[in-house]
Design a protein around this ligand. Sequence first.
Ligand code: EPZ
Length: 422
Amino acid sequence: MDSIVVTGGGALHGEIPIAGAKNACLTLMPATLLSDEPLTLTNAPRLSDIATMSQLLASLGAEVTQLQDGQVLAMSSHDIDNLTADYEIVRKMRASILVLGPLLARAGRAVVSLPGGCAIGARPVDLHLRGLEALGATLDLRDGYVHADANGGLKGAVFEFPFVSVGATENILMAATLAKGTTVLKNAAREPEIVDLAQCLRKMGAQIEGEGTPTITVQGVETLHGATHPVVPDRIELGTYMLAPAITGGEVECLGGRIELVGAFCEKLHEAGIDVEETKRGLKVARKNGRAKAVDVTTEPFPGFPTDLQAQMMALLCTAEGTSVLEEKIFENRFMHAPELMRMGANIDVHGGHATVTGVERLRGAPVMATDLRASVSLILAGLAAEGETVVSRVYHLDRGYERVEQKLGACGARIERIQAA
Ligand code: EPZ
């Protein structure tokens, strides 16, 4: 298993290109199953999760061709010849559940392994299943698989989510595009990745209104045709790299960043004394006057502060002036980066869903272990400004969601290198 070595040092200066969004791409790719015509995605990120989704789609009979060094995904689901998404692939990536809705809508049947939980929580999929049942599917759970049947074709329905779920909104939205009649999704997720999916589905001929609001209305159609669609920029990668100069000092321009993708996050950066400026090419971030200031953060569904930036924000607050309280309201176990940051000298007190962080002048480099995707990059951010060397092990977590992190940070002056496992 590779490690990444970061040697803390001075301020960062330069520019970082922001890639297409992992979490948009992971729902746009299964959308190819809804049509027998080609769907091409541009601005696709080069990540191991994308490779896993490609492998899953191929196992169903779809073709996924990577062009332009992986930035273009040319897909075709003309010849779907297998309706079973196997545990061996699904267990590697929970987003695999997103093939369930499209497969069921297109083929009338689907057998999809239940994804396991993961480090940050149990991650059940009950809302995905209840939503599909609302569209007339019958689901039989046995041997760790969901055996789904559309009973001759899904039918539009009104379905209210008891609480916001990004993945369940995506799964039901995709299924509803081919259901007979009208579907109204209430208390739907509003994330930019949902908006991106709806825009792509509309290019394929779907009739959708209201994406980005809590109520999405879909008029089902007989078939969807092919399309070409650019993946929306990754707001979590964007927020992550905006924190780099906030932690080290200096100034970095995140190319392709758009302020509307990170509104609540930018408000917190501003409160912490960090400057964010919109430029023609993206977002320029600078820390001009000394240490950041402590701020309180509560994670919420979009447009609130994203849970996927909580670990990275904690890294900044570990060296901020004052005491911050972070409340994690989306996942039940998403503070595993805290003990690792404490190995670096951070002063953090975790109680249930709250973490109280009292800033220290400077962290000290140490050997630390990545436990999940966002925790791993939080440790790298902390290492950028720590005294001495930080060795982050198990960086396969990192490679799921960040392409070429060493190159991107190294180009801004960070001392960071990957040590290939023997
Ligand atoms: C998506 O996960 C993202 N993953 C996550 O990003 C992100 O943290 C999350 O949305 C919240 O924004 C992808 O898009 C591939 P949810 P998802 O359904 O869809 C519970 C990353 O780091 N829940 O909105 O799984 C669930 O356990 C990843 O890139 C149910 O109880 O999230 C959680 O507590 C991590 N039953 C809450 O709802 C369900 O059927 C929100 O989950 C579904 C979810």
